[in-house]
Design a protein around this ligand. Structure first.
Ligand SMILES: [Zn+2]
Length: 85
């Protein structure tokens, strides 16, 4: 199965969620609300300030029903308890 190289997240622009890469979210939507495309929990972007710049996505609150958190995921997808809608 193909795995995307760039982590994706969703940003709220004009009251609609748009799926963008973490790099784009960090560069162009820094103050917009961001959520995980899988569980819809709040995510934060962080740069490592190296070249080329890499953006890491992290859930503000970890959740064991999200497959994007391999260390926490328990095998059954479920929405984040504090999902953003
Ligand atoms: Zn998630």
């Amino acid at each position: 199965m193909a795995k995307s190289v760039h982590p994706m997240c969703e940003v709220k622009v004009d009251s609609a969620w748009q799926r963008v890469t973490a790099v784009e979210a960090h560069a162009h939507h820094r103050s917009a609300p961001k959520r995980c495309p899988e569980c819809h929990g709040v995510v934060l972007t962080a740069s490592n300030y190296t070249q080329p710049i890499q953006i890491r996505l992290s859930h503000r609150k970890a959740h064991d029903g999200c497959p994007l958190l391999p260390n926490r995921f328990r095998g059954v997808r479920s929405p984040h308890p504090q999902a953003m809608v």
